[in-house]
Each structure stands twice: as structure tokens, then as C-alpha cells.
Design a protein. Structure first.
Length: 299
């Protein structure tokens, strides 16, 4: 079990400002799991949400034993409306002060070669579920005049991205939503932060069929995100995301789109298909004959 590397002062701030309960979606893996570890170290009780019940219950047991907190595991699929309802029902009588919407997944490759059902499920998880949970908890936070919402944006949110067009669009929605929501809720004592990391080492890369030569750890992203909550509206945690932001900042939007297409192509696994008009850029999605069974990242 990883111990928190945040200072005792920071952990106390999290507990006092956003406790006594927090909801973390996508908690069985990656950034969501690391955020749960930090919050548990702060003494915040947790409602942990993910699809993989076995991993979720194991994590809950370890956090209870290590930190003496209450942990409620909720095995729910947030691509379904019933999954969101399940989460809200299980939180109805708990004093929640923080929502961390870390569940999400992505795909890579040409959109026209994608399975539409999978692309629509990604919109459901990355956008619809985020809107539904944010709406419900923001109402509670406004009523109690305190609370926080953490939303997962991405480096890809700031321009269109070939070979990841739909995923980048879902993150652009999250980024825009977070920016507007922060100004709406700030006068009510509610903090909102969008975290926009670059590549992160987690189950996400496997799910999207991508290889990453350089990537941040989920622990770095989690720590930077929680440190920024209540202090900033957007955070790009880790040196890599800051470097990539700086390198793209001076380019016009069309230039960023072209650069990101080449970056995504270099990260995607070669499968023989190409991206027009640059025939040298391989796509990252396997063809129907060689596609592996899909796996969803972050829970």
C-alpha cells in the first residue's frame, strides 16, 4: 500500500475542507486509486466506485485496515444511467464534501474504423456520467456552502487530435465544463479543478492500445491535483505535462492539431492502417480481424 507523500498540513486541509466523506469514481486503478490513497491518509471516509468489484473490495479492506476510516465500495458501470443512480443512492445519507470524477476511458485509431457502441459508451462515461454526478453533488455542496469537485481533463482537451478524435472531444467537454462550473460555484464556497495531465502510466494506455515511452505516474498526477484543489481552476501536474504545454503554447490551433496527430501516431501500436493525408502516420486501433477484447481504464 502506497503511503501519501503529501505533507501533514496538506492532508489536514483536505480533511477539514472537504471531509468527512469523498466520492471517488474510477477508484480501482490509476489516478482514481492514487487519489483515494491520499484521501484515506487524510482521514477522509470514502465511497469508492468502479466496475471491477474484486479490486474495489480489496482496496476498501486495505484502506480500512491502514487508516481506520469507513469505506463504501460501489461496483457500478457509469456508462449506464443505472450506474449513476446506484452511486447517488449509496451516498444519499452520507455527508459528502468532495466528488472526484476519475472514471473514464479512451480509444485510439481512426474514428471511421471504430466500433460505434464503444465510442458512444465513452461519451457516456467521460461526459454524461460526469454531468449527472456533478449536478447532483454540486446541489448538495451549494446547500451546505462547502465542497469540491475534481474533473479529469487532458492535454488533448485543448485541440482536436487525429487518431483520438472522440476521446479528445470528450476531454474538451470536461475542460470547458469545469471552467464554467468553477465560476458558477465559487461564490457558494464550492471549489472546482480540472486536471489536465499528459501521458500517464496506467491501465488507460492498454485500453486505448497505445505505447508510451514517456509518461507520468498516477501518484504524481494525484498529488498535484489535490494540491491544486481550492487554489487553481486548472492544473497540469508533473513536469511532462508542463513541458508539453509549453512546447505547444506558441503554435496556432491548426498547428497543434497537426503536431498532436504525429504524437498520437508515434504512441499508437502499428496495425497496418494509415491516417490520410500523411500515409506515414499509422493508426492505433486494431483492425476487426486482430482487435483484442476491449478493457476499460480507471475502473
Amino acid at each position: 500500500m502506497t503511503t501519501s507523500t503529501m505533507s501533514p498540513r496538506e492532508l489536514r486541509r483536505l480533511r477539514e475542507r472537504y471531509g468527512p466523506w469523498a466520492v471517488v469514481t474510477g477508484a480501482s486503478d490509476g489516478i482514481g486509486r492514487e487519489i483515494a490513497l491520499h484521501l484515506a491518509a487524510a482521514g477522509v471516509h470514502l465511497v469508492l466506485v468502479a466496475r471491477r468489484a474484486e479490486l474495489l473490495h480489496a482496496l476498501a479492506a486495505r484502506l480500512r485496515a491502514a487508516h481506520g476510516i469507513e469505506v463504501e465500495p460501489v461496483a457500478a458501470d457509469l456508462s449506464l444511467a443505472s450506474g449513476v443512480v446506484e452511486v447517488l443512492d449509496r451516498c444519499e445519507h452520507r455527508q459528502v464534501g468532495l466528488l472526484v470524477a476519475a472514471a473514464g476511458f479512451g480509444t485510439s485509431g481512426r474514428f471511421v474504423e471504430a466500433e460505434l457502441v464503444e465510442e458512444l459508451a465513452m461519451i457516456d462515461v467521460n461526459c454524461r456520467a460526469v454531468a449527472a454526478l456533478s449536478h447532483a453533488f454540486a446541489r448538495r455542496f451549494v446547500a451546505q456552502r462547502r465542497g469540491g469537485i475534481v474533473l479529469m481533463s487532458s492535454l488533448l482537451a485543448f485541440q482536436g487530435v487525429a487518431l483520438s478524435a472522440n476521446y479528445a472531444a470528450t476531454k474538451a467537454w470536461v475542460q470547458t465544463f469545469a471552467e464554467g462550473l468553477r465560476l458558477e460555484l465559487s461564490p457558494c464556497g464550492v471549489d472546482v479543478v480540472a486536471t489536465a495531465p499528459g501521458p500517464v502510466r496506467s491501465g488507460f494506455a492498454d485500453r486505448a492500445e497505445m505505447t508510451m515511452s514517456f509518461a507520468e505516474t498516477p501518484a504524481v498526477v494525484a498529488r498535484g491535483t489535490l494540491a491544486a484543489l481550492g487554489r487553481s481552476g486548472v492544473v497540469r501536474p508533473g513536469w511532462l505535462s508542463k513541458l508539453l504545454e509549453w512546447s505547444l503554447a506558441l503554435l496556432p490551433r491548426w498547428g497543434r492539431v497537426r503536431v498532436m496527430a504525429k504524437v498520437m501516431a508515434s504512441m499508437a501500436r502499428k496495425t497496418g492502417s494509415t491516417l490520410e493525408p500523411d500515409s506515414t502516420i499509422p493508426a492505433g486501433r486494431a483492425t476487426s480481424a486482430s482487435a483484442t477484447s476491449p478493457r476499460r481504464a480507471n475502473g
